[in-house]
Write a protein that binds this ligand. Structure first.
Ligand SMILES: [Zn+2]
Length: 240
């Protein structure tokens, strides 16, 4: 009994310290939070984003992050599985920014990339079906044609279902994927590109479209750096 009580009080002391640390950290982060933007992802995409981040960070990691960016409500209830545009760009920007602040530039980048890949495989494919691009239609086409259809299809999905407008231009040896209104770097400033979730989404899209190949994707412009838009260079030739 005594041992049990001692255990409980130790646990309480631990929790108190933990929470006061969190509060201190929260006060650091909250003042830097990006305010609501009035631009939205559909709830379904917000839901997929949180499920995917949980997959790569674990439940506790995601909860700590949600706590720091003032989105505690989503610890209990994910956004509903519908297409209403209610998941504010600021949520995505704050999540992306806090990944870097908590895990450092390299750690944050790794998690964002893995999260982006999980977002595609976990759920963005469902939007492919809605946009009229099915897995089956891709199987029979030559690689060049698959890329020509698949890359702009992703841009159309975001433009059609969210306030994140995107378009794709085809160049000789690459595609230039441009996000005019980007949620990931919304209202941020940085001296380097920060939209690694998008890089992960594009990498995984290309893997799906090509039937398992890897492609080089580089962010070549970022609004956070003062550029007009966020832009990604996608090589047409797969990495060997
Ligand atoms: Zn961006």
């Amino acid at each position: 009994m005594l041992a049990k009580q001692r255990g409980a009080s130790q646990e309480n002391a631990f929790l108190q310290t933990y929470h006061s640390q969190l509060r201190r950290r929260k006060s650091v982060f909250v003042k830097d939070l990006v305010p609501p933007s009035g631009y939205y992802y559909p709830n379904k995409m917000g839901r997929i984003l949180l499920i995917s981040m949980e997959e790569v960070m674990g439940r506790n990691g995601l909860n700590a992050l949600l706590n720091l960016i003032d989105l505690r409500d989503y610890m209990q209830d994910l956004p509903p599985d519908n297409l209403e545009r209610e998941f504010d760009f600021a949520h995505i920007s704050n999540l992306n920014k806090s990944l870097r602040e908590i895990y450092g530039p390299r750690g944050g980048r790794g998690l964002a990339l893995r999260g982006g890949r999980a977002i595609f495989s976990r759920g963005l494919r469902q939007f492919g079906a809605l946009a009229g691009v099915s897995d089956l239609a891709f199987k029979v086409l030559p690689l060049k044609t698959k890329l020509k259809i698949g890359v702009p299809a992703v841009a159309r999905i975001f433009t059609q279902f969210s306030d994140q407008t995107s378009h794709v231009e085809e160049m000789d040896d690459h595609f230039l994927y441009t996000i005019e209104r980007c949620s990931e770097c919304w209202q941020q400033t940085s001296d380097r590109p920060v939209c690694y979730i998008a890089v992960g989404i594009l990498q995984e899209t290309l893997r799906w479209v090509s039937g398992g190949l890897e492609f080089r994707v580089d962010q070549v412009a970022c609004k956070a750096m003062g550029h007009e838009a966020c832009a990604f260079r996608i090589d047409k030739d797969p990495i060997k």
